[in-house]
Design a protein around this ligand. Structure first.
Ligand SMILES: *Cc1c(COP(=O)(O)O)cnc(C)c1O
Length: 378
């Protein structure tokens, strides 16, 4: 058995990251400043978008976006249930209704036909998720969405390409730089769009509704007398966080390449273990960001939860991405959902488990995980 614990993930922080944050701390300007602007520009360039707005989290970005789009009571937002609960929570908190739709049983990507079936005259927004780093089928989603806005949950999709284009090119998109994401600020998010007005409004809402922050005032000649245009939040990113994100961003290709190598090793080594079934690939042209390596545990002898415990007892950490949203207490009770409404989502919610995947892992770590899995299933 492994002597030390292998966590399911660990951020890849190197000395240059620590130095970059230290430089900001020594500069005397620690909140929204030059690292924010540079980080925004880097992500805008990668996505091919004209505008990027750095925010304190992807959840904050979604909150602002719903407000900016005027979504509230009486409105519906379509989103898969197989995702992190933050999107549904924000929809609830602005008074709108999340309409949960089914995902493909094998890829966990939202199904365009399910979106089509869920559209009503109340639908104000569609939020597909690029699950685990594979892209949702954006062409088909656009075809069913018609004129309804689509905003992509790209929390897993830094380095994801759909038909040759980086995610963010087709619709406004939200990235996350939470500690477990491919690149991290500790906490952080980024909203990208080609719509100047939308970008402006998100920027204003992230800082008290004033439309500019202290750095803008000092460096872009805006007046400290600037006034509130509409009430806003306080969802800006500090420059300490932005410097970390920016420095990590400079090596995203290397980070994702190592994630891919590890994922390919897992696929190869798990091939002859029939009780462990990795997610499938979508059938269109894409590049995977390998944010997560998700498998389904289908053994008749051991359930997923016990499987995770047994791996932990063998010093192997795992994650659960995700427990479906619609059957969690609040949603289940509020909307009277009974098991069976979204069978493919629920099947996966009960059987999935994320194996350790982070760039600092060695090939030997993958061997340890696979050996422990074989032992648990034996
Ligand atoms: C992490 C995550 C979010 C939220 O990101 P934060 O930056 O933590 O707010 C949203 N959606 C998905 C699918 C995520 O994995």
């Amino acid at each position: 058995m492994r002597r030390d614990f292998l966590p399911f993930t660990r951020p890849s922080i190197d000395e240059s990251d620590i130095a970059a944050v230290g430089d900001v701390m020594r500069s005397g300007w620690i909140t929204n400043g030059p690292a924010n602007s540079e980080f925004e520009k880097s992500v805008a360039d990668l996505t091919g978008c004209r505008f990027a707005v750095a925010l304190s989290s992807a959840t904050a970005a979604m909150h602002i976006l719903l407000k900016v789009l005027g979504i509230g009571p009486g409105d519906e937002v379509i989103t898969p249930s197989m995702t992190w609960v933050s999107i549904a929570n924000m929809i609830e908190l602005v008074g709108a209704k999340p309409v949960f739709v089914e995902v493909d049983r094998d890829t966990l990507l939202v199904r365009p036909d399910a979106i089509r079936a869920a559209i009503t005259e109340k639908t104000k927004l569609i939020v597909p998720v690029h699950f685990a780093g594979a892209p949702a089928d954006l062409d088909s989603i656009r075809a069913v969405a018609g004129n309804i806005p689509v905003v992509e949950d790209a929390a897993h999709a830094l380095g994801t390409f759909y038909k040759g284009e980086h995610i963010g090119r087709r619709n406004a998109s939200i990235f996350s730089f939470h500690a477990i994401k491919n690149i991290t600020c500790g906490e952080g998010g980024m909203f990208v769009t080609d719509d100047a007005d939308l970008a402006d409004r998100v920027r204003r809402w992230k800082f008290h509704g004033i439309g500019m922050d202290a750095f803008d005032r000092q460096n872009r000649g805006r007046s400290p007398q600037a006034e509130v245009i509409s009430p806003g939040f306080k969802y800006n990113l500090t420059d300490m966080q932005a410097a970390l994100g920016l420095n990590q961003f400079r090596r995203w290709k290397k980070i994702n390449a190592r994630r891919r190598e590890l994922a390919m090793l897992y696929r190869e080594k798990l091939r002859d273990i029939p009780e462990i079934s990795p997610l499938g690939d979508p059938d269109y042209d894409f590049v995977h960001a390998w944010h997560l390596f998700v498998v389904r545990v289908t053994s008749p002898k051991i359930g997923r939860d016990a499987f995770m415990n047994e791996l932990k007892a063998r010093n192997i950490g795992t994650g659960l991405h995700f427990r479906c949203a619609h059957l969690q207490k609040f949603y289940r009770e509020k909307y009277a959902f009974a098991p069976g409404v979204l069978p493919d989502t629920e099947y996966n919610s009960d059987h999935i488990c994320s194996l350790p995947l982070f760039p600092g892992m060695t090939d030997g770590d993958v061997d340890d995980v696979v050996a422990a899995i074989r032992e648990v299933l034996a």
